[in-house]
Design a protein. Structure first.
Length: 270
């Protein structure tokens, strides 16, 4: 099973890109963020024509999340964070072929110390509580999406430039680490420990061409799925297409009978 995530930054604009990428990449499950469409305008019929069922929670012009699945039903759908009142559509969860998939579009936060930053930290605290419950009920759990946090300096093109800035602050990273403490692992780092890999680049200053990016789009996997995560990556091609999203798709592949080399090595005694 291949599970992917993509912040499309307006599905109305990027629908042709999504159609092309689905045809070329053929993921089994896709989490989308920033669809920026009210539910009545979500292209579920067009996606069904491509073989994908969909569930979604959107709003006009901002936010919006969706989960697409090919060949499997989408069950037990949850929208939003239980107990956390929020008009912004940033969370949708569902079960696909026995795997619980939680799709997050984490708050950006604007600037460290701002009111939106405080909202981000409150949101992350509520999200962790939600995930603690999800992890207790679903051993096979994938939490993915645009986290708007680079986990470590290795995920930043210039740690000095981004030091304690939004998406790279100590507080945000601590909140993300707290989510990881629930038994969730960064699938990309199960297979790659090198710097220089990013999933988001500012539209300004030719950031993509210069490699000035951050890795803020993540696929986190539970312990039960960790050993079966045989590959993970970032698909750079769509970021180079005409009128692209500022994010690239990220993905992880799972084989119920396989064990990934790095996961096996980390689990070995001695």
């Amino acid at each position: 099973m291949k599970i992917a995530s993509w912040n499309v930054n307006s599905l109305n604009v990027r629908m042709p890109h999504l159609e092309q990428w689905l045809g070329e990449s053929a993921p089994d499950v896709v989490a989308l963020q920033e669809t920026k469409l009210p539910d009545e305008r979500f292209p579920d019929t067009a996606l069904a024509g491509l073989g994908y069922r969909s569930v979604f929670a959107g709003q006009k012009s901002y936010n919006g999340v969706a989960i697409l699945a090919r060949g499997h039903a989408i069950e037990d759908v949850q929208v939003g964070i239980p107990g956390f009142e929020d008009v912004q559509q940033r969370v949708i969860a569902a079960t696909v072929d026995g795997v619980r998939v939680v799709n997050f579009y984490v708050v950006n936060g604007q600037a460290v110390g701002s009111g939106k930053f405080d909202y981000k930290l409150r949101w992350l605290q509520a999200a962790r509580a939600m995930l603690a419950d999800e992890a207790a009920r679903h051993p096979e759990l994938v939490v993915l999406g645009d986290f708007n946090i680079a986990p470590a300096d290795i995920d930043v093109h210039s740690p000095k430039r981004w030091h304690e800035k939004i998406m790279c602050s100590t507080q945000e990273r601590a909140a993300l680490a707290g989510i990881g403490e629930l038994g969730l692992h960064d699938s990309f780092r199960l297979h790659c420990d090198e710097p220089g890999h990013h999933s988001w680049w500012d539209y300004r200053l030719l950031a993509f061409d210069r490699g000035w990016g951050l890795r803020i789009d993540l696929v986190l996997v539970s312990e039960a799925l960790r050993a079966r995560c045989t590959a993970a990556g970032i698909d750079l091609a769509p970021r180079g297409w005409e009128r692209p999203s500022d994010h690239a798709p990220v993905w992880a592949r799972f084989d119920r009978d396989a064990v990934s080399p790095l996961s096996a090595a980390s689990a070995a005694p001695g």
